[in-house]
Design a binder for this molecule. Structure first.
Ligand SMILES: C[S@@+](CC[C@H](N)C(=O)[O-])C[C@H]1O[C@@H](n2cnc3c(N)ncnc32)[C@H](O)[C@@H]1O
Length: 251
């Protein structure tokens, strides 16, 4: 069949196998699933209201942050659930986050850590992380989160100087895009072999595929995408979740 050679043509398969018209329609649906589904508002509402396990406190943080001027910077709830799931799956105990904002991703992962788990969070904003601290306190995880308020490159270099190389199980990169390569290279040193690095916004609203978009952030993301895809130091997958999440596992 065509499918076995990597090219899938529902009509052809129906002709060669004698599938009925209904089965041909089914075949067409299968062909549609070869592309990630478009997330309509109605489908997203179903995801959130019917099948999500987003904890109530995260939903409240999301509701408070959403209307803020830069509220769209927080990760999507489904991405938070994915990151919490990965943390449990991977037995994460040490999580490092570069870009904390009002604390959604840090809280999503902190809630998934064991009792002795620790979060190292990096940001530069007193104002935004004050909101984060309030929710971390209410959720009972404030004592497991160390927040570093300084340019993240400095914080990461400080962690390396303290001898923390290879000590993190999961590192999430979600701060200023021009520094993404610097964060990635430092994350590769700080994560343990077998540990996970997540890089957010790698589809950048679709602009990575727009040749007319030559903004500094877009170019920095494009460069890192190409580098990660070819990087023999990691296993790698790019998930079209949220604004695009690249996952790399240090070999
Ligand atoms: C996209 S937001 C992070 C969203 C967050 N992960 C969440 O789930 O809500 C990016 C954050 O990076 C921070 N940031 C920007 N430049 C930075 C830098 N040089 N060092 C550390 N943090 C920085 C910003 O203050 C902002 O809070």
């Amino acid at each position: 069949m065509e499918k076995a050679r990597g090219r899938y043509t529902p009509g052809l398969e129906a002709a060669s196998t004698g599938y009925s018209a209904a089965q041909t329609r089914t075949g067409a649906m299968i062909a549609m699933s070869s592309r990630t589904i478009t997330m309509s508002d109605r489908l997203h509402a179903y995801l959130l209201n019917t099948v999500s396990r987003e904890p109530e406190i995260l939903a409240r943080l999301r509701a408070e942050t959403g209307p803020m001027e830069f509220g769209a910077m927080q990760i999507s709830p489904e991405q938070g659930e994915l990151m919490a799931f990965l943390a449990r799956l991977h037995g994460v105990r040490r999580y490092l986050e570069i870009g904390t904002f009002t604390g959604y991703s840090a809280l999503a992962v902190a809630l998934a850590l064991p009792e002795d788990g620790r979060v190292t969070a990096c940001d530069v904003s007193e104002e935004w992380t004050a909101i984060a601290r309030r929710y971390w306190l209410e959720a009972g995880v404030a004592d497991r989160i160390d927040l570093h308020l300084a340019p993240a490159i400095e914080t990461l270099d400080g962690l390396l100087a303290e001898g923390r190389a290879g000590s993190y199980d999961f590192i999430f990169i979600d701060a200023d895009k021009p520094n993404y390569d610097g964060y990635y290279e430092r994350a590769l040193k700080l994560v343990r072999p077998g540990g996970l690095i997540g890089v957010d916004n790698v589809l950048w609203g679709g602009s990575v595929a727009d040749p007319d978009n030559v903004e500094e952030s877009t170019q920095a993301i494009r460069r890192l995408n190409v580098k990660m895809q070819a990087d023999a130091r990691v296993d790698y997958v790019l998930l079209p979740v949220g604004d695009g999440l690249a996952l790399a596992r240090r070999r």
